[in-house]
Structure formats: structure tokens, C-alpha cells
Design a protein around this ligand. Sequence first.
Ligand code: R5P
Length: 293
Amino acid sequence: MSYQLFVFPENEVLGEELLQNQLFRRGAATIRRFPDGESYVRLETDVKDQRTAILCTLFHPDEKILPLYFLTRLLRQKGARSVTLIAPYLAYMRQDKVFQPGEAVTSDLFAVMLNGWVDALITIDPHLHRHGALSEIYSIPALVLHAGSLIADYIQKHIEKPLIIGPDEESDQWAGTIAHQAGCPYLILQKERLGDRRVQVSAPDAEKLSQYTPVLIDDIISTARTMIETVKRLQAAAAPPPVCIGIHGIFAGDAWQALKNSGVAQIITTNTIPHPSNDIDVSDLVLEQIERL
Ligand code: R5P
């Protein structure tokens, strides 16, 4: 049985790829803002007794959450049999513990919210650090897809003598797996976060570096300070300019320009978030896994 797919603004590229497959049929809805900033949502196709899916990648989540809520409610009011959220990038996964007394653990609160809105969630490489699995916080079925094999494939095809570098302990799950799949060496550095835009990254083992193309891999590039500090460490060790690969390229504020200016050879991301750096397409991954379901 196919899904009627509702594609949120900014998700059109991936949406069109998914709609090429018979698993999805186009659902029509208008989602826009009134001049005062409030959201307008109108459903334009019949969804009664149908399985529906919403494609809405959740970067800049605060501006998407209210229209998403309105659409999920509307689909239910109009009799949809089920509502699945396809969020290639799942937001609010990094505040996964109380770091300072009094803080909200927003990973858990965000999950409670989505649990009440949709029947199932499909996402790609969520930032699982202190939570070992989405099921620890999501009570709805949550399918986690991994872009690692696509990235490994990209590295094998495009990068000569890669040495994969993960900038921090939690990047091991991505960097280590990708290195294994691509059949190349890797190393994991240590990172200390000093503030939203301030991090310290440990120095890599300089001996290995000169013979390889360093490939920095992280799940998220947000302010890009993690990448930039790692690039500085590589430069200090006289390594060749690195290729930076992020699964989810948020590029907050000046991040894109600052990373480009930092002396990198290339910046590559997957298209879980639309951005000029997108060079790895995740649409087949989504289709294959949904077909398996
Ligand atoms: C958190 O540890 C993530 O894995 C990334 O390393 C982090 O989100 C990158 O953030 P930024 O680009 O702001 O340094």
C-alpha cells in the first residue's frame, strides 16, 4: 500500500526523488505564512483511510514545528489512516542530558511531542550519544537509516589514500564504521566543548598524516567550529588540506564561509538538509528501507 506524501517547503529536491517511486503518491497541501508570521495550512487532497507521510527535515526546527503540528492534526481530522514523519535530519538530539542545573533535556521533550503527533518516524543518523537508541525516548516506531555506506562509497570513488578522522569520541560510530566500509585507516580525536561556538580538539598523530588525504567526518556541521578547529590541528601537523564530510550540513550563520576559508580541499554533505555542499543523495536509502518495511 502506498503513502500519500506531503512535502514541506525546502524538501522539494528529496521529495521529487521519492515521488518517482510508486511507493509514494503526491499529496497536496499549502503551507505558508501570513504576513504577521502565523502559519497557514490547507489540505488539498482527500486522505480518508489512506496512509500518509510527511517529508520535513527538521533543521531550523522551531519555525517548522507549528505548521507540522497543524498538518498532522489536519490529516487526522480528515480521516488519514496513519501519519508517518520522514525527517531526514532529526533535531534536538544534542541536548540529551542536564549539563547545567535547571536545563531542559530537550531531546526527551521533543520526542514526547512527536510521539503524540505521528504514528511512526523515519530518520537518518540521528545524533545518538548519551541515548543509545531512539527507542529510549521515542515510543512510536522509529526507523533509523544510516548514510555510512553511501559515504564510504563516495570516498572509495573520489578520494585517493583517505585517512578518516573523527573529531570527537561520539563521531567514532560514524567515522569508524565508514572507515571499515571504505577499507581505510581512521583515527578519533578528543574534543572539549567550551561554548556554542568554542571547541578544543586534540592534536592528531602527525606521523600518519603526510601519506594520506585527511577526511574529516562528523554527523552534524552546525557552526563548523568542530571542523575548523580540527583543520587547524591538521595544518599545524603539516597535513595535506582535508576533505570535510558532514552527514547533516546545517551551516549556522557564517559557518559555510568560515569553513570554506579555513583551508579545506572540499566540503561534502548528504542531502538530508538542502545545501550547496550536497553531493551524496540519500533518496535511494530512504526508498529501499521503506520498501523493506
Ligand atoms: C556533536 O558532538 C556533533 O557530533 C557535532 O560534532 C557538532 O554538532 C558540531 O557542531 P559545530 O559544527 O557547531 O561545531
